[in-house]
Design a protein around this ligand. Structure first.
Ligand SMILES: Cc1ncc(COP(=O)(O)O)c(C=O)c1O
Length: 380
């Protein structure tokens, strides 16, 4: 059987392949510590766990649920956006709950991209923007992010491009993998760019509560809803990555078109998950301080590791990754392999995020202090 042509430019997700190798090494007795993946290890809010447990016992709530989520969940998302980002959203038309931000990349691509349409994709950037563009057989146009520019797009360079076939621009601030910051000025420039060139700007925003000064949404910029939507997620904010709860917010026509795709792909989110998600979204501010207190301590240890390895990094970066520049001439894969095979530590090679990540490796802060101290000892 021949697989479809659309699979020609898509390979297995890097981590699914790499985790198999790590598993094999572990089964051979290697004490691998995985600093590769951004999978929060801290528990979710207690009230979310309690709420889903209670909801599971409601025996008449195990059937299909509304395609666009419970009104109560959309209301909780609207309140969350108002409270934390000072953004008003209409919970009927401007919010679509998702199974994580990642699936939204597919829905938007299916809803907006014809074959041969072009898509602006950051380099380095989250791999799914490219792989999903390939899956829908549209054309990737990469734009470089540079550390000298705070990892922001170079708008002068973008203006030089022929943008007539560009339909979507993926942006992601706070940025993964670089830790580049979200700022209102940056979001204003992006919105102006989207309006001028009639490009749908999608800010993928799962990291806005992790080691940031203040959470920001691109939708807080005046006029943003004309040209932009935002993907957001409970995965990192509430340590609920396995629950698969996220959201698409913003321009109502875009939401409507995404729903046309989504409602043909799934049949609603389990009631208990939605009730648990509502409880998480209603968390007090102390929640964010509490998770960040862990990440601050962990980051200190990772900085020491980076110093030990002669790597360069930015102490003001946002999100829960430490993005480090390699200074000894090794490529990112060589450095990652060196740490894996010599020290039993897995870190992500920057090149999986694009060619501009070639000189970098990425450490995750989703590992407890004890294991991080162990890695530091191994490196010493
Ligand atoms: C930039 C970025 N976008 C989206 C996601 C996926 O988030 P979710 O778990 O909500 O699908 C991740 C997860 O690693 C990410 O780093």
């Amino acid at each position: 059987m021949h697989a479809a042509n659309r699979l020609h430019n898509v390979s297995e997700y890097y981590f699914s392949e790499k985790l198999r190798e790590i598993q094999t090494l572990k089964s051979q007795g290697k004490p691998i510590i995985n600093l590769g993946i951004g999978n929060p290890d801290l528990p979710p809010p207690a009230q979310a766990v309690q709420a889903i447990q209670n909801a599971v016992n409601e025996l008449n709530k195990h059937g299909y649920q509304p395609y666009k989520g419970l009104p109560e969940l959309r209301n909780a998302i609207a309140q969350f956006y108002q409270k934390h980002y000072q953004v008003s959203l209409n919970s009927e038309s401007e919010i679509l709950p998702l199974f994580g931000a990642k699936e939204g990349i597919m829905h938007l691509s299916m809803a907006y991209l014809n074959k041969d349409d072009q898509v602006l994709v950051p380099n380095p950037g989250y791999a799914s923007y490219s792989s999903i563009t390939n899956l829908v057989e549209a054309e990737i146009v990469t734009y470089d992010l540079d550390e000298n520019n705070g990892w922001q797009p170079d708008f002068d360079a973008l203006e030089q491009l022929d943008l007539t076939k560009v339909k979507i621009m993926w942006v992601n601030y706070p940025n993964m993998p670089t830790g580049g910051k979200s700022t209102t000025e940056l979001f204003e420039k992006l919105i102006a760019f989207g309006i001028k060139h009639q490009v749908l700007i999608v800010n993928d925003n799962p990291y806005s509560f992790i080691l940031t000064e203040k959470p920001l949404s691109i939708l807080s910029v005046k006029g943003a809803k004309k040209t932009a939507v935002e993907l957001n997620s409970l995965s990192k904010t509430f340590n609920m990555a396995g629950w698969r709860v996220g959201m698409l917010t913003g321009n109502k026509d875009v939401i409507e078109n995404a729903l046309k795709v989504k409602s043909n792909m799934d049949s609603g989110m389990f009631y208990g998950l939605q009730i648990g998600a509502i409880a998480a979204l209603n968390s007090e501010n102390g929640w964010f301080e509490s998770i960040n207190s862990h990440y601050i301590k962990r980051r200190e240890i990772v900085w020491k590791m980076a110093d030990q390895l002669g790597l360069k990094y930015d102490k003001s970066a946002e999100g829960f990754f430490v993005w480090c520049k390699i200074t000894n001439g090794k490529t990112s894969h060589e450095m990652s392999d060196y740490l894996l095979y010599e020290h039993d530590v897995f870190v992500t090679p920057g090149s999986i995020f694009g060619s501009k990540g070639d000189n970098y490796i990425r450490f995750s802060l989703c590992v407890d202090e004890k294991q991080l101290e162990e890695v530091l000892n191994r490196l010493n």
